[in-house]
Design a protein around this ligand. Structure first.
Ligand code: PBG
Length: 326
């Protein structure tokens, strides 16, 4: 039944025909906006490497939340920049920390928005690693668990709907789940950064959140970009420990990982279209090499096609605005 009986172009002929046979849809409801909160700021402070994105004071976080709601974006992911850092990262579980304050204020003003708290210590430690260090300057896995659990409980107490641990310590999901349950937060969900790769694409984020390791790198705890089976095992372990949803990060270089984890686990899957992926598009668009809107639609659709149920992306507000006009 090949050509000339079969002509694939028949169903590509008009916009309406293409609409009918479109397999993957992109909707503002599938997007999550990440936000950097710095409570001591008086006004938003632009991040040079991420045009269009700023560090936000609490008031700015509140306006971002209102904008998300108006645009149909159902969720935000919170990162904090503390005024002081220490060896343990104690700012992470400060009840008056920027993330806790922003979450509290937004929950009160906009109870329908889903508030996701990134749970990690690297923005809060003076050495920039994702947990406290042991005698040989390695991240002490089991000591980190206690501090991460404290952080998660403080975020839940502030009003977070979802805790998203991004530290990549072994056993953190189960540890955080038990701590949340013991504190009475059994309804708070866990979105595990299960397949978090040791990626070069986090560069702009580390500038934005001031979380570059002071020495060494994260290769000892994040996944080797070469490893697919290991990523699937991490995802399965996180589910076994009580994760409600899984995340793959970054997104674009790891579409095969998204597909495999979605198929193999059946769990809800998020993909994080990270800072470096965003910066590349913005830089190329700024010199006229790419059409920004078409590029963003194509890449977000591709991440969804690969199997992501929702996408965390710095393009969220722009994409939602463009979708409203389409
Ligand atoms: C913290 C964390 C990082 C990102 C999210 N959470 C940085 C890192 O692991 O170095 C990166 C997000 C982005 O690049 O947009 N552990």
């Amino acid at each position: 039944m090949a050509f000339p009986l079969t002509r694939m172009r028949r169903l590509r002929r008009t916009p309406a025909l293409r609409e009918l046979v479109r397999e993957t849809r992109l909707d503002a409801g599938d997007l999550v906006l990440p936000i950097f909160v710095e409570a001591t700021l008086n006004a938003p402070e632009p991040i040079d490497s991420m045009p269009g994105i700023s560090r936000q004071p609490i008031s700015g976080a509140l306006s971002e939340a209102a904008e998300c709601l108006a645009l149909g974006i159902p969720a935000m992911l919170f990162f904090g920049i503390p005024s002081e850092k220490d060896a343990e990262g104690s700012g992470a579980w400060d009840p008056d920390g920027g993330v806790q304050q922003a979450i509290g204020a937004i929950k009160a003003a906009h109870p329908d928005l889903v508030l996701i708290a990134d749970c990690c210590l690297c923005e809060y430690t003076d050495h920039g690693h994702c947990g406290p260090l042991d005698g040989s300057r390695e991240v002490d896995n089991d000591a980190a668990l206690e501090l991460l659990a404290r952080t998660a409980v403080s975020q839940a107490a502030a009003g977070a709907d979802v805790i998203a641990p991004s530290d990549m310590m072994d056993g953190r999901v189960g540890f955080i789940r038990r701590a949340l349950d013991e504190a009475g937060y059994e309804a708070v969900a866990i979105l595990a950064y299960s397949a978090k790769f040791a990626s070069a694409f986090y560069g702009p984020f580390r500038e934005a959140a001031d979380g570059t390791p002071a020495f060494g790198d994260r290769l000892g705890y994040q996944i080797d970009p070469a490893n697919l089976r290991e990523a699937v095992r991490e995802a399965q372990l996180d589910l076994d420990e009580g994760a409600d949803a899984l995340m793959v990060k970054p997104a674009l270089p790891y579409l095969d990982v998204i597909r495999r984890i979605a198929d193999q686990t059946g769990a809800p899957v998020a993909a994080y279209n990270v800072s470096g992926e965003y910066a590349m598009v913005k830089a190329a668009a700024a010199v006229g090499a790419l059409d920004e809107q078409a590029t963003v639609f194509e890449l977000l659709t591709s991440i969804r096609r690969a199997g992501a149920d929702f996408v965390i992306t710095y393009h969220a507000k722009d994409a939602a605005r463009w979708l409203q006009k389409r």
